[in-house]
Design a protein around this ligand. Structure first.
Ligand SMILES: CC(C)(COP(=O)(O)OP(=O)(O)OC[C@H]1O[C@@H](n2cnc3c(N)ncnc32)[C@H](O)[C@@H]1OP(=O)(O)O)[C@@H](O)C(=O)NCCC(=O)NCCS
Length: 223
C-alpha cells in the first residue's frame, strides 16, 4: 500500500482550501500540528452486513467513479488533483461518488485489501471477504441532508453484489457528524482503538479489534 508523498499532500491541501474554505483548513492544520506534539485519541470501528435495505433519495445517484472523473472530482470534492485521483484508482482502491445536478456532492473510497489511514499512520486491512470504506466527504452545503447514509447504503448494496459480506468504517471518536451518519446507515460499533502521539512517537494504547480479523499495520514513527 503506497503512502501519499509530499506532492500529493500539498495538492490535497490546496484543493481542500478551495472547497472547504480557508477557515476549516486552517483549523485542520492547527489541529494536526498539535497532534504531532501530543494527542490521545480514539478511532471507533463500526460494521454492518452488506445486504440490507436500499432506500432511494430523490435527486441523488451513487455510482463508481472512473479515471475520466478526475477533473470533476478535483473541482467538486477537492481532496485530490485529477492526476493523483487517477493514480489512486485501482481494482483494489475504488471511489464512489454521489451525483446531484451533475455535481459530485459526496465521495467515499472502498477497499477489500487495505488502505493507508492517516489517523493511525497505518495500513488498515479488513477481514478477508469484507470491505472497508474510508475518506468520506460531503460538500459543506449538502451536509445534514442524509447524503452520507444514502451513499453507505448504496455502497453496501454494491458490496453485496460483489460477494463482500460486511462493510467496515473507522471514525474518529470526536467526529459526531460522521458517527451519527454511519449509525443511521446501520453500522454498529465493533471495537475501539486508542492511540497516542508524543513528540513524534506514535503508540497504540489499547485495541479492541483482536479476534475481529481487522488488522492494523503501523509504523512507529510519525514524522
Ligand atoms: C461526516 C460527513 C461525511 C457526514 O455527511 P452528511 O452527508 O452530512 O451526513 P448526514 O446528512 O447524515 O449528517 C450527519 C449529521 O451531521 C450533523 N449535521 C447536520 N447539518 C450539518 C452541517 N451543516 N454541517 C455539519 N454537520 C451537520 C447532524 O448531526 C447530522 O445528523 P442528523 O441530521 O441526523 O442530526 C460530513 O459531515 C463531512 O464530509 N465531514 C467532513 C469530513 C469527515 O469528517 N469525513 C468522515 C470521515 S470518517
Amino acid at each position: 500500500m503506497r503512502r501519499p508523498g509530499p506532492a500529493a499532500v500539498m495538492a490535497k491541501t490546496i484543493n481542500r482550501a478551495r472547497i472547504r474554505g480557508v477557515g476549516e483548513v486552517g483549523q485542520l492544520f492547527v489541529g494536526r500540528a498539535r497532534e504531532l506534539w501530543f494527542s490521545q485519541e480514539t478511532l471507533v470501528f463500526l460494521v454492518r452486513p452488506s445486504d440490507g435495505e436500499r432506500a432511494s433519495a430523490p435527486g441523488l445517484k451513487l455510482r463508481e467513479a472512473t479515471a475520466s472523473d478526475g477533473p470533476r472530482y478535483a473541482a467538486d470534492i477537492g481532496t485530490d488533483s485529477p492526476r493523483t485521483f487517477r493514480a489512486r484508482l485501482s481494482r483494489t482502491s475504488r471511489c464512489f461518488v454521489v451525483v446531484s445536478d451533475g455535481m459530485f456532492v459526496h465521495a467515499t473510497w472502498l477497499t477489500a485489501e487495505g488502505a493507508w489511514t492517516r489517523e493511525l499512520r497505518a495500513t488498515l486491512r479488513p477481514p478477508a471477504g469484507d470491505a472497508y470504506v474510508y475518506e468520506s466527504f460531503t460538500r459543506p452545503e449538502m451536509r445534514g441532508r442524509g447524503v452520507y447514509p444514502f451513499a453507505l447504503n448504496e455502497i453496501a448494496g454494491w458490496a453485496s453484489d460483489h460477494v463482500l459480506r460486511k462493510v467496515w468504517v473507522a471514525v474518529e471518536g470526536d467526529n459526531a457528524s460522521s458517527l451519527r451518519a454511519v449509525s443511521k446507515a446501520g453500522f454498529r460499533p465493533a471495537g475501539e482503538v486508542r492511540y497516542r502521539r508524543s513528540q513524534g512517537r506514535f503508540a497504540i494504547e489499547t485495541s479492541e479489534l483482536e479476534g475481529s480479523g481487522f488488522t492494523i499495520e503501523t509504523s512507529p514513527w510519525v514524522l
